[in-house]
Design a protein around this ligand. Sequence first.
Ligand SMILES: Nc1nc2c(c(=O)[nH]1)N[C@H]1C(S)=C(S)[C@@H](COP(=O)(O)OP(=O)(O)OC[C@H]3O[C@@H](n4cnc5c(N)ncnc54)[C@H](O)[C@@H]3O)O[C@H]1N2
Ligand code: MOO
Length: 399
Amino acid sequence: MSLMPAETALARVLEGISPPAEEIVAIGDAVGRVLTRDLAAKLTQPPFNASAMDGYAIYGSGPASPGDCWTVVGEAAAGSGFAGTVGPGEAVRIFTGAPVPPACGTVVIQENVTRDGDALVADQPTQGGANIRPAGNDFAQGDVLLPRSHRLDAHSATLAAAMGHGEVAVARQPVVAILATGDELVPPGTTPGPDQIVSSNPVGIAALVARAGGVPRDLGIAPDRKDALAARIVAAGDADILVTIGGASVGDHDLVGPVLKDQGLDLAFWKIAMRPGKPLMFGRLGERRVLGLPGNPVSALVTARVFLVPLIRALQGETAETRVPETAILAAPLEANGPRLHLMRGKLGRRADGALTVTAMSSQDSSLLGALARSDCLIRRVADAPALPAGEPVEIERL
Ligand SMILES: Nc1nc2c(c(=O)[nH]1)N[C@H]1C(S)=C(S)[C@@H](COP(=O)(O)OP(=O)(O)OC[C@H]3O[C@@H](n4cnc5c(N)ncnc54)[C@H](O)[C@@H]3O)O[C@H]1N2
Ligand code: MOO
């Protein structure tokens, strides 16, 4: 029986997602959150013609030439404009960010004039209209600047604040319960007994969840016993996604599938044509999505990137493409690929001419965390891809 292609599996994972529930958060807490509504500016920026420099606002719209002179009749500072009127031959001392008086169309910078008491003389030429930021230069009230589904980052959250939004409507963050399974596992920081290893995978899975905007909930480690596993799965409670790690394969102690089946799992798939990640499983337990990741650390982390991260993003209504394909030139040859999509761990470099190069890690064993941590990209090899010599381009995805 041929395995389900990874693309089909991803499409199944992303099926049937409803628009996210929304909540209102303070703009200072909204970075990393996804907007549920188009965001229009409540304000115009700048709200007035503003000086871009420290200097003098001069009457009229014309240029200033050396020898031109004015009488200084007042001052405009940021936060307190000049309240009077400016007439012909007059100027106002002005500072960066201050409103430019309506009668003034040019600001000359202070380095280019000489002032003696109230008398001001130009030493250098200044173009008409110089050093003024017109009202609405950045944006105007009513402009939709940030669309629904946009994930706020440092820049766009700053924009939203400037637009006048103290609070924004964002998608509720999906809760992702993470359950490690296996008699061999002990928590990080504890000394493994004979035949045991550290349960390291949940650390990276939780980090990927948080970076995608989800809230990780650690369910600890379940031993390879049906009753214990069943109890932990129930403990996932109202989580939006239950992620299990390990116990997904075909061994006698791989009980995750059978226990989930007993609990009524509506299985979408089990096993996909991808390396690492063959035993990946996905289904629904009522409203809850269940993603069964393979136990091998590289398999768990790579499948979490490829399937869990897009699911968490989609549950927040984010539509942006998460995979950003690029090409790099092989620095060393690659063998022909087998029948599964192979996401190979690779290291990027630069050729003397600046071209991006990539070298596959010498071992692609899915237990090698050291090699994964040293990698900075995945090389995407489609099923049955032919052997490639050095110098050929390959598709990569940065980690
Ligand atoms: N006869 C077959 N055997 C295996 C197959 C197969 O198709 N036929 N598939 C292999 C592949 S591919 C993978 S991947 C693994 C995945 O198996 P499981 O998901 O059942 O994972 P486990 O057996 O529980 O563990 C595998 C490996 O990973 C370690 N592990 C598990 N959990 C953690 C954790 N939280 N932190 C760190 N390391 C963990 C575990 O100790 C094992 O060493 O199956 C192959 N076998
Ligand atoms: O596919 Mo397994 O996930 O290679 O190690």
